[in-house]
Write a protein that binds this ligand. Structure first.
Ligand SMILES: Nc1nc2c(ncn2[C@@H]2O[C@H](COP(=O)(O)OP(=O)(O)OP(=O)(O)O)[C@@H](O)[C@H]2O)c(=O)[nH]1
Ligand SMILES: [Mg+2]
Length: 432
C-alpha cells in the first residue's frame, strides 16, 4: 500500500559521516558497502563523499560547507538521489531534501527497499511490508508533531493533522493485520517441522554475500540462487544432507538450512519481522557461520553477525566458523591467524570445492558432541515415554524384558538429561 522509497536506476551520491566509533578507514569501507547496497538496489553511484566529524550535525547530518559541496555536485552531475550511510532522523531527512531538492535516503531505507524488491514468497513479502510500515510509523508521528508545532495555533489543530492521523491509523491497522498473518504462517511452519524432530539441524548463518547459498548447493546438490549481490537470499531453504566419515564407518542424515544474510546495522524492524524466516536458525542445533575470508572487513562482519545472533537469541549455540573463499584470499598468514582466533573453525572454498570432505567430517564430529547414547530401562507403566523416545531420538536397540523396556537410544544432550530417572549402566543390563 505505502510505496515508501523506490529507487529507479538513478544517478546517486553516497555520503558517509564519521563518528568516534570507527576509524576513518573503517568508515570508508562502510561507505563502499553502502555503494554496493545502492548498486544492488539499482542506483548508479557517481560519487562518494565522506566527512570526518565527532558526531553528525543535528539538522543536516553533514556540516554547512559539505552540504554546499553536495548541493553543487547534485546540480552539476544531474544527481537525483543522495544516500546517507547512517540512519537519518525524520527532521534531518526533511531538511536535507529541502536543501538539496532531490530525494534523500538512509541505509535503513535502502536495505528495506532491497528487501522489498527481492521478496518473492508470501511470507517474506508480509515480513518486508511489516518492517517498512514500522519504519514509516514514527516518521509520520514526528512529522505530525512538527507540523502541529509549526502551524497549530494555541488550542487549535494544525493543517494536515487529521490526514496524518488517518494515515497513522491505517498504518497501525495494517501492521496488526500483517502480524496476524505472520503468526498463522509461523504456526504452519512449526507444524511442518514437528515431523523432523529427531534429525540434527545445522543452520548456515553469515554476512550477506559470504557464500552461504553456494555452500548449501555444494553440500546438498540443491539449486539455491547464489550470486554476487547483497541479499540474494531472503527465504529459508531446508535440505536433508548425508554426512559420511572418511572411513565410511559413520553415516548420518542431518538437516541443513540456508537463510537470509546479515549486514552491519541491519534495521531492527527487519530483524524483528524476519523472526519467522529465522526460526530455522533459532531452533538449529549447530550453526555454521560462513565468513568471506577474502573480504578486508571480515572481522567487522563477524561482529555484525554475532550482534544479530544475539538479537534473535541464537548466540549461545554451538558454532563452527567456516572461513570461505580461501581461493580468493591472497594472505594465507591472515587465514591462519583467523583460524586460531576463532575456534572451532575450518577453511574452505565452496565455489572450488576445497576442503568440503573435511567440513562434512567436522560436522559429523560436532553432531556427536550434541548427542549422546543412553541406556534406559523404562517400566511398562510409562509406555508413553517409549513412544516419545521413538519420536525424538534414534532407537539403537530395544528389548522388552520382565521389568520393562530396555532401550539404547541416541538423544540430544538436553533430552538425555531428562531421561536420567530411567538410566541404567549398559554392563548392568547385560548382567541382568
Ligand atoms: N572466490 C570465491 N567466490 C565464492 C565462493 N563461494 C561463493 N562465492 C561467490 O560469492 C558470491 C555470493 O555467494 P552466495 O552463495 O550467493 O552468498 P550468500 O552468503 O548466500 O549471500 P546472500 O544470500 O546474498 O546473503 C557469489 O558470487 C559466489 O559465486 C568461494 O569459495 N570462492
Ligand atoms: Mg544466499
Amino acid at each position: 500500500m505505502h510505496d515508501i522509497q523506490n529507487i529507479p536506476k538513478e544517478r546517486a551520491i553516497a555520503v558517509g559521516v564519521g563518528n568516534r566509533t570507527y576509524t576513518r578507514e573503517e568508515s570508508l569501507e562502510h561507505l563502499d558497502e553502502l555503494t554496493f547496497l545502492a548498486e544492488t538496489a539499482g542506483a548508479d553511484v557517481i560519487t562518494k563523499i565522506y566527512q570526518d566529524r565527532d558526531r553528525p550535525d543535528g539538522a543536516t547530518a553533514v556540516g554547512k560547507g559539505k552540504l554546499e559541496e553536495i548541493r553543487q555536485l547534485v546540480e552539476d552531475d544531474g544527481i537525483v538521489l543522495v544516500i546517507f550511510d547512517d540512519e537519518l532522523t525524520p527532521a534531518q531527512m526533511r531538511n536535507l531534501e529541502r536543501e538539496l531538492n532531490v530525494k534523500v535516503m538512509d541505509r535503513t531505507g535502502l536495505i528495506l527497499d532491497i528487501f522489498a524488491s527481492r521478496a518473492r514468497t508470501y511470507e517474506s513479502k508480509l515480513q518486508v511490508e511489516l518492517a517498512q510500515l514500522q519504519y514509516l510509523l514514527p516518521r509520520l508521528t514526528r512529522l505530525w508533531t512538527h507540523l502541529s508545532k509549526q502551524f497549530g495555533g494555541i488550542g487549535s489543530k494544525g493543517p494536515g493533522e487529521s490526514q496524518i492521523e488517518t494515515d497513522r491509523r491505517l498504518v497501525r491497522d495494517r501492521i496488526a493485520f500483517l502480524k496476524d498473518k505472520l503468526a498463522t504462517v509461523a504456526t504452519q511452519k512449526f507444524e511442518q517441522r514437528k515431523g523432523r524432530d529427531s534429525m540434527q539441524r545445522f543452520a548456515l548463518v553469515g554476512y550477506t554475500n559470504a557464500g552461504k547459498s553456494t555452500l548449501m548447493n555444494v553440500l546438498s546438490n540443491a539449486s539455491v540462487l547464489a550470486e554476487d549481490k547483497l541479499f540474494a537470499t531472503l527465504d529459508t531453504t531446508v535440505r536433508t544432507i548425508e554426512l559420511v566419515s572418511d572411513d565410511r564407518a559413520t553415516q548420518r542424515s542431518v538437516l541443513l538450512s540456508d537463510t537470509v544474510g546479515f549486514i552491519r546495522k541491519l534495521p531492527t524492524q527487519l530483524v524483528a519481522s524476519f523472526r519467522s524466516t529465522l526460526s530455522e536458525t533459532v531452533e538449529a542445533d549447530v550453526l555454521l557461520h560462513v565468513v568471506d575470508i577474502a573480504h578486508p572487513q571480515f572481522r567487522d562482519q563477524i561482529r555484525a553477525v554475532q550482534e544479530t545472533l544475539v538479537a534473535i537469541g541464537a548466540d549461545s549455540k554451538p558454532m563452527l566458523m567456516v572461513f570461505n573463499k580461501i581461493d580468493a584470499a591472497n594472505d594465507l598468514e591472515l587465514v591462519h591467524a583467523a583460524m586460531s582466533d576463532y575456534t572451532p573453525s575450518i577453511a574452505i572454498s565452496a565455489e572450488r570445492g576445497i576442503n568440503i570432505t573435511n567440513l562434512r567430517e567436522t560436522m559429523l564430529d560436532m553432531d556427536d558432541t550434541q548427542h549422546e547414547t543412553v541406556h534406559l530401562l523404562v517400566p511398562y507403566s510409562a509406555m508413553n515415554t517409549v513412544a516419545h523416545l521413538y519420536r525424538i531420538g534414534t532407537i539403537l536397540s530395544r528389548t522388552d524384558g520382565d521389568d520393562g523396556v530396555e532401550i539404547t537410544v541416541r538423544l540430544e544432550n538436553s533430552e538425555a538429561a531428562k531421561m536420567q530417572a530411567w538410566s541404567i549402566e549398559k554392563s548392568e543390563s547385560i548382567a541382568h
